[in-house]
Design a binder for this molecule. Structure first.
Ligand SMILES: C[S@@+](CC[C@H](N)C(=O)[O-])C[C@H]1O[C@@H](n2cnc3c(N)ncnc32)[C@H](O)[C@@H]1O
Length: 272
């Protein structure tokens, strides 16, 4: 399977592909249901999912709605697991998994009813190019469903440096308004949103979760050394994310692609 050397070099996204963790979008199934409901997905819809990882969103949308989904990721290891899960769930006929980069998908313009990008865009170095591509492939009147994560409490420099090293992406701490301003633009109108904060999860709960994952039978194929290193690295990363997420929240957001011929809503309102 993988050598010690290969596991040593893997970033977080590659490690979760190896352990086959279910990599959910922020807010998990609740977020997927909200995006489907508020974005009016139906059996006739065609969704492009960006950064599907092990496929949970694509599989859940297929089960919930029965729509067609094209799901892309740059990590082949995760796509192999995503295809296996779609088969096991009996929805493989509705989903096409493809290895593609979000910034250059090659799909026709105006093709999809929704582009769902979860929290993936923050991991893409050229995020403006990615957003331009999401907008290009979307039909007029279609939705971008995004769930950007951001800091609510200011993190220490050390925490930011540790997260940077773990995900091997040069992140800078960003806050809610940055992401709303990023997704909402001239031809992308804010349609629906809801804000959340992550719950505090105790360290021993994370350890128990990691122990369960590391008992997965497919990992028996690894040499003892490789397995030990995988366990150590995966546990360290999950404990780091526990601390990091305790500073963070996210917004479940739908923006709608519309030509800019309507003045903005002046007398806005907020639910009480
Ligand atoms: C944190 S996981 C996604 C989890 C979940 N699907 C979500 O909605 O947040 C991020 C995924 O994005 C993929 N990814 C990163 N850069 C990408 C890019 N440029 N194009 C497509 N996928 C990318 C990674 O390989 C990884 O599987």
């Amino acid at each position: 399977m993988f050598s010690v050397n290969e596991i040593e070099k893997m970033d977080y996204n590659q490690l979760i592909g190896v352990v086959r963790e279910t990599n959910r979008p922020p807010g998990g199934m609740r977020s997927i249901a909200q995006i489907a409901r508020h974005g009016f997905l139906s059996r006739d819809s065609h969704v492009l999912e960006i950064g599907t990882s092990t496929g949970i969103t694509a599989v859940e949308l297929a089960k919930l709605v029965g729509c067609r989904i094209t799901a892309i990721d740059i990590n082949e290891e995760s796509l192999v697991e995503a295809r296996r899960r779609a088969e096991a769930a009996g929805v493989a006929h509705l989903i096409t998994f493809e290895r593609k980069d979000a910034t250059d998908t090659g799909y026709p313009s105006g093709h999809f009813d929704m582009v769902f990008c979860g929290n993936v865009t923050s991991l893409i170095p050229d995020r403006d190019k990615a957003l331009t591509e999401y907008t290009r492939v979307l039909k007029t009147g279609g939705f971008i469903g995004a769930i950007p994560m951001y800091y609510i409490d200011v993190p220490s420099d050390q925490l930011v440096a540790d997260v940077r090293a773990a995900i091997q992406v040069d992140i800078t701490p960003l806050y809610r308004d940055f992401w709303i301003d990023f997704f909402v633009g001239a031809d992308r109108h804010e349609y629906w949103l809801q804000d959340y904060r992550f719950d505090a999860v105790p360290a021993d709960e994370v350890d128990r979760f990691v122990d369960d994952i590391l008992r997965r039978p497919h990992l028996d194929q690894l040499d003892d050394d490789a397995r030990e290193l995988l366990g150590k690295r995966y546990r360290e990363q999950m404990q780091l994310f526990r601390v990091n997420l305790s500073h963070m929240g996210f917004t479940t957001l739908l923006v709608r692609k519309e030509p800019t011929d309507v003045e903005p809503e002046l007398f806005t309102s907020t639910a009480l």
